[in-house]
Design a protein around this ligand. Structure first.
Ligand SMILES: NC(=O)c1ccc[n+]([C@@H]2O[C@H](COP(=O)([O-])OP(=O)(O)OC[C@H]3O[C@@H](n4cnc5c(N)ncnc54)[C@H](O)[C@@H]3O)[C@@H](O)[C@H]2O)c1
Length: 368
């Protein structure tokens, strides 16, 4: 199979979907790899590194898209890339179709085999290709939250750790999954007053066990959430319902009652966001203020640290991408349930049940 690696064109996206070592792995399985010139530079890989690994370098993104049978990406195809989508092409990337009807329509009309990193799911219901980026984004959430809390950035001028004789900031993380756990660890690590909320009692018990007494665990419902938000300096939204739009747990009214200059870092924005007041932002203009609260809603936060993120991502994706390249979508999915869950669109139909529900269409699996 010819595997293509275009340069990411989403605003400020600096990751690349394959490392030179990954390219060498495809070569050793007998595949050809086509990398767009300069695709890896921002992550620290030169064209020469890819050539040495056995990849060919293409002069343009158009060449990569047109010649490849499978395109490996990081972010969802952008509007300028829609014209390259064609029947039978495999696109293996983060898709987040539940929150992007326009892209979903393009993928369906153009009969693309779309495999979404975010819905590849293991037997224990964990999401192995979302996990590494959630780990990075969760850690970053506290770093950017601390920046937003600075007075010059619209925040209430609070230092997360406090100072001797001065209370630390109160950090509330809503959604205690992978991103949430990583965020709260950093928050507690710098000395903030840390609370983590979830609706899953088993998860709360686990969080309580691993985090100990420095972090408070709270069952999330409308009443407890409202109470925690009003007292918070920094709120991190890290809720996920796999394949579906994020539930809008925070209303505009709740936001307007938060402390002026408090901060909401809404990681779930790539699934629509946890607050009525959230809307996607970019690295160029990451924040806006609504209801007196600084909102940080960048959809691709790990792009800020491309060196770390590219390794973390490709360590996890390579194994699946190789399997799809070796066997094709149908056979790979028949043998590996995780890949079956990953398939979002196939031959003009939506294959994943939660994605279909979000898009209000009937799911249709090619394996049934
Ligand atoms: N913005 C970014 O750059 C970026 C990067 C990586 C991940 N993310 C996003 O971060 C979010 C979290 O990802 P994750 O990997 O930690 O997911 P996860 O599945 O590990 O965790 C989600 C948690 O949310 C909890 N939850 C579900 N509904 C809830 C509710 N109503 N109230 C409270 N908790 C609830 C679940 O029980 C679970 O523990 C996802 O939307 C993901 O796409 C964003």
């Amino acid at each position: 199979m010819i595997v293509g690696v275009p340069t990411e064109i989403k605003a400020d996206e600096r990751r690349v979907s394959l490392t030179p070592a990954g390219a060498a792995a495809f070569r050793s399985h007998g595949h050809r790899v086509l990398v767009q010139r300069g695709a890896g530079v921002a992550s620290g890989f030169s064209d020469q590194d890819y050539r040495r690994a056995g990849a060919a370098i293409a002069a343009s993104g158009a060449q990569v898209w047109q010649r490849s049978e499978m395109v490996l990406k990081v972010k969802e195809p952008q509007a300028a890339e829609y014209r390259f989508l064609r029947p039978g092409l495999i696109v293996f990337t983060y898709l987040h179709l539940a929150a992007d009807r326009r892209l979903a329509r393009e993928m369906l009309v153009r009969r693309v085999s779309g495999i979404g990193y975010e819905t590849i799911e293991l037997e224990d219901r964990s999401l192995p290709l979302l996990a590494p980026m959630s780990e990075v984004a969760g850690r970053l959430a506290i770093q950017v939250g601390a920046w937003c809390l600075q007075a010059r950035n619209g925040g209430r001028g609070v230092l997360l750790s406090g100072a001797p004789g001065v209370r630390p900031a109160k950090v509330v993380v809503v959604g205690g999954g992978i991103a949430g756990l990583n965020a709260i660890r950093v928050a507690a690590g710098v000395g903030a007053e840390a609370t983590i909320m979830d609706i899953n009692p088993i998860r709360l018990r686990y969080l309580n066990d691993v985090l100990g007494s420095r972090v408070m665990t709270v069952m999330s419902n409308r009443a407890t959430l409202s109470e925690e938000l009003l007292a918070a300096d920094l709120v991190v939204g890290s809720v996920l319902v796999p394949g579906a739009r994020a539930p809008r747990l925070v209303t505009a009214e709740m936001v307007s009652r938060m402390k002026p200059g408090a901060v909401l870092v809404d990681l779930s924005i790539d699934q629509g966001g946890i607050s009525e007041t959230s809307r996607p932002t970019t690295h160029a203009e990451p924040t806006f203020i609504r209801g007196g609260v600084v909102h940080y809603c960048v959809t691709n936060m790990p792009a800020m640290v491309p060196h770390t993120s590219t390794y973390a991502l490709t360590n996890a994706t390579l194994h699946y991408a190789l399997e799809v390249a070796d066997r094709g979508v149908l056979e790979a999915g028949a043998r590996n349930k995780a890949i079956r869950w990953g398939l979002n669109t196939y031959d003009g139909r939506v294959a994943h049940p939660a994605v279909a529900e979000a898009l209000r269409v009937k799911p249709h699996s090619p394996w049934e």
